[in-house]
Design a protein around this ligand. Structure first.
Ligand SMILES: Nc1ncnc2c1ncn2[C@@H]1O[C@H](COP(=O)(O)OP(=O)(O)OP(=O)(O)O)[C@@H](O)[C@H]1O
Length: 336
């Protein structure tokens, strides 16, 4: 978005400094109305701090948070009309599901009839009707997560922020709940920021990913853009499992090749030695050693292998990086 104030959420050069340390460093981001943006990055990179700045729970050291062109800086957390869903769910243990959900409405002075109407609608939406009398301790993790989400939706927020809302759930349940959560969150009017360190979840929930490291935005774009055209070595290494191979083939040049882009080739440029095979059912992962360092190759599950295979790849899949700065180098590598 340009300098003109647009619709949706806009972070402009947002900073948070504590004790001389930048936790969030000149962050520029936009989230359109109805868009779910996944904020992704390793532990400690500043994801939660960014959400707290948007919610107004922490003051910004510099920069702005704008919603539909309005500067939220002067507004208190309550006035910002932001709903936040945390990983801990933060439900009141002594209240039933219904009690937990009604409390916020009561506090905001919503009349009893209207309260009932909204409660019924959200209980139905999240399939919580049967559980309305239960206390949080009598619910599964997934059910608690739905109650926390129901409470956030009841607020009818202008911005929805979710901080690893599924990290307490096991992998299978997370995968099952993802489409449901996406359906509930996306395509409403409010912008959504979904924080996770799990790239599969990020791709499942959002159309665009914003990748942070050390409080700085590394790249923002579709999963495909970030994967195929990473801005730097950090982005290339963070996205994709098994991780990209980074081969030190010459001073000042690091060659990135994704494991699925390497194949066995009798006359391939790289001689390798097979160390180990992992069989995954639909694929196998080969661990090899080479003169440029360790190499991982993903290939078909039944592929027969010589002990000392040669590896090849297509030039179009080469990603070049500066080994010191990690910056992406565009232009041709050597002729093999
Ligand atoms: N109030 C604070 N004072 C000083 N440092 C803080 C404060 N809050 C967070 N930090 C530090 O700021 C950095 C960013 O923290 P933040 O919680 O935003 O990271 P995160 O990306 O959400 O991490 P995680 O994935 O582990 O939750 C961390 O190094 C953290 O230790």
């Amino acid at each position: 978005m340009s300098g003109a104030a647009g619709a949706g959420l806009e972070l402009r050069q947002l900073c948070r400094e504590v004790g001389g340390r930048r936790l969030v460093d000149r962050l520029d981001l936009t989230v359109a109305p109805g868009e779910c943006l996944a904020l992704l990055g390793p532990s400690g990179c500043g994801k939660s701090t960014t959400l707290r700045l948007v919610a107004g729970l922490d003051p910004a050291s510099a920069g702005q948070v704008l919603l539909d062109g309005q500067d939220l800086g002067p507004l208190s957390p309550g006035e910002r009309q932001v709903a936040m869903v945390f990983q801990s769910y933060a439900l009141y243990p002594h209240l039933s599901v219904e009690g937990n959900l009604a409390l916020g409405l009561k506090v905001r002075g919503v009349a009893a009839a209207e309260r009932q109407r909204r409660l019924r609608a959200v209980l139905a939406l999240l399939q919580l009707e049967e559980l309305r009398q239960r206390r949080p301790a009598q619910l599964s993790g997934g059910q608690r997560q739905r109650v926390a989400l129901a409470r956030a939706l009841l607020r009818q927020p202008r911005i929805m922020l979710l901080d690893e809302p599924m990290s307490n759930l096991d992998a299978q349940l997370r995968e099952e709940l993802r489409p449901e959560l996406r359906r509930l969150l996306c395509g409403r009017e409010q912008p959504v920021i979904y924080v996770t360190h799990d790239q599969q979840e990020a791709v499942g929930m959002a159309d665009r990913l914003a990748l942070l490291d050390g409080g700085r935005l590394q790249q923002v774009g579709s999963p495909r853009e970030l994967y195929a055209d990473p801005a730097n070595r950090f982005v290339a290494s963070f996205l994709g499992r098994p991780a990209i191979n980074l081969l030190a083939i010459a001073p000042g040049r690091l060659l990135g090749l994704r494991p699925e882009h390497l194949h066995l080739a009798v006359d391939g440029p790289l001689a390798a030695r097979l160390l180990r095979r992992e069989w995954w059912g639909h694929q196998q992962l080969l661990w090899l050693d080479s003169r440029w360092g360790p190499v991982r190759v993903l290939c078909g599950p039944e592929l027969p292998l010589p002990a000392e295979p040669r590896l090849g790849w297509r030039r179009q899949h080469e990603l070049w990086f500066d080994p010191l700065s990690g910056a992406r180098l565009h232009g041709q590598g050597p002729v093999w």
